[in-house]
Design a protein around this ligand. Structure first.
Ligand SMILES: [Zn+2]
Length: 332
């Protein structure tokens, strides 16, 4: 069985050697699992580029889907109301949009905390604190007397042999030094690559426009309906309002909301007090609504102005804000 595990460990390394990308599907437990940490170790000691690591937060991907579905449902109901000529369609839309912000509050709150947890895990990382099945069950298969070999010993000895190869020390360093050097590489090289992407809140522009893509679907719907008779109106309505809403207003509002929630967490220490945390839900929701209104109202009010220049000027201002706020390398 020991030989089989060693063979498997070697095969894993060969597989990674021939891979161009490493996709990390992160959850709060990722860095506490020995074999997940082993993936990172393999990539580091194979001298693969850290830029080729695609880091995906599983909670973030889940929240993206929830928000997209909530917005899609809102616009679908609005489109149906338009089709049947319902007089209260605007009111219906606002209620739907307000409801769609409910999952957004939860998503942004969870995301902010998950990212803080990730920062803490990276900053204090040590492989010795990772857990594995064998050590957790005292090296005995649960429900039997069958002894199972220790994965930790295998992973530690592999890291030590890699360390020997990379430092060209024939006799090798003590195990503690090898593990400490690996911990240090994760806390510095690996962490700087992951933390450097998209700033403190780790929400990319691409993430936001994917979240809010139902606006784009609705825009296409409106453009098709209006293109027959109102060419000038289509340009104004579709390009200057809907596309600006999707590509500029929403990303700025979501990012601003995330910063506001992060600040609220830091001054209330709500995550540590579940009761207080629940009481703050209406406040967080209200703050998100304010963030959206702040950026969306000028665009909406410009509808009543005959000239298109105020809308163009406002869109240009939003474009400048998005360009200035976007970090350089975005994968996560
Ligand atoms: Zn063990």
């Amino acid at each position: 069985m020991k030989n089989a595990r060693r063979q498997l460990s070697k095969a894993w390394r060969v597989f990674l050697h021939h891979s161009n990308q490493l996709v990390v599907c992160w959850t709060g437990r990722y860095f506490t699992r020995l074999w997940c940490v082993y993936e990172i170790a393999s990539w580091l000691y194979l001298n693969k580029s850290l830029d080729s690591i695609v880091f995906r937060s599983v909670p973030l991907e889940r929240d993206k889907l929830i928000l997209m579905l909530a917005l899609a449902a809102t616009y679908f109901i609005y489109s149906v109301a338009l089709l049947v000529g319902l007089n209260e369609r605007r009111l219906l839309f606002y209620i739907g949009f307000a409801l769609a912000l409910v999952p957004l509050e939860r998503s942004l709150r969870d995301m902010t905390r998950q990212m803080k947890l990730l920062d803490e895990q990276l900053g204090t990382f040590t492989i010795r604190q990772s857990s594995c099945f064998c050590c957790s069950h005292n090296h005995t298969m649960p429900g039997t007397d069958l002894k199972i070999p220790c994965d930790r010993k295998l992973v530690y000895s592999t890291i030590r042999s890699w360390h020997r190869e990379t430092t060209e020390q024939n006799h090798g360093s003590p195990l503690d030094d090898c593990l400490e050097e690996f911990d240090c590489r994760v806390r510095t090289e690996f962490a700087s690559k992951i933390k450097g992407r998209a700033g403190k809140c780790r929400l990319t522009y691409r993430d936001t426009i994917l979240w809010t893509s139902p606006i784009m679907w609705h825009t296409c719907d409106v453009a098709v309906c209006m293109s027959v008779a109102h060419k000038i109106d289509v340009i104004r309505l579709v390009l200057l309002e809907f596309v600006a809403l999707w590509l500029l207003v929403m990303p700025i509002s979501v990012k601003m909301s995330q910063h506001v929630l992060r600040f609220l967490d830091s001054i209330t220490t709500a995550p540590a007090h579940p009761k207080l945390d629940r009481m703050l839900i209406p406040l967080r929701y209200s703050l998100i609504v304010v963030c959206f209104l702040l950026w969306w109202l000028p665009l909406h009010l410009s509808r009543n102005i005959e000239s298109v220049f105020p809308v163009i000027a406002y869109d240009a201002l939003l474009l400048l804000i998005v360009a200035m706020a976007s970090p350089q390398k975005r994968r996560y």
